[in-house]
Design a binder for this molecule. Sequence first.
Ligand code: IPE
Ligand code: IPE
Ligand code: MG
Length: 238
Amino acid sequence: MLLSGRIPEHVAIIMDGNGRWAEMRGLPRIEGHKRGAERTREVIEAAMEVGVGTLTLYAFSLENWQRPDDEVSMLMKLLEFYLRKEFDELIGRGVIFKSIGETWRLPATIRGLLKEAGEKSSGNKGMQLVLALSYGGRNEIIRAVRKAIALGADPESISEQYFSSLLDTAGIPSPDLIVRSSGEKRISNFLLWQAAYSELYFTDALWPDFTREEFFLALHDYQMRERRFGTVHARVER
Ligand code: IPE
Ligand code: IPE
Ligand code: MG
């Protein structure tokens, strides 16, 4: 599929539907997560190919910690496996790794891998890959409020710009496009502050079926949108 026209600078994806994909086939949920991880790799490639500047992937929410222990531990193992398998190659190709969320709650091995990936890729110039892990939007906002108070910020001086600089996403532009797979039409505590003017795209495709073609369909849909940011002009770019 040929994509001309503007490519969103930042695409953020709620990768949902792995469990249902597996259950529909009578397979254990983890099989859906494994298949989903393959699609994640495919979508990272597609995003790099078309020149997306930042790709944020919602891989594990704070609420997901409440899932059964065996699902959580298998998800963590899978995450570790894929980080080990992929990150060197992606870094070699210019990707800059970042993570957002309460990552201190993750197993030490994963924390170590994220730290290493972040350090090794900090001088890179390619696509920024942001992993939302143990992430919750409300929690991120509360942690930012705590930081402001701890820094002794003057209430009157707290601007949107200052507050943004206290979030995990400091320095990362707001998402232009938020994609959610699996047919659910909700945000599920993802990037609450940052999503203020994001375009939203929902597809019924379950994440293990979300191929590069599905990704390009989402970009096409975005290209048809008129973004107004509250103004009356026909096309306003920010
Ligand atoms: C998304 O798939 C992956 C994670 C939340 C970790 P789900 O596991 O939520 O799949 P469904 O929604 O149950 O189908
Ligand atoms: C959102 O999916 C979180 C991730 C994709 C990581 P969930 O499956 O956890 O969301 P709900 O429970 O359907 O809202
Ligand atoms: Mg789900």
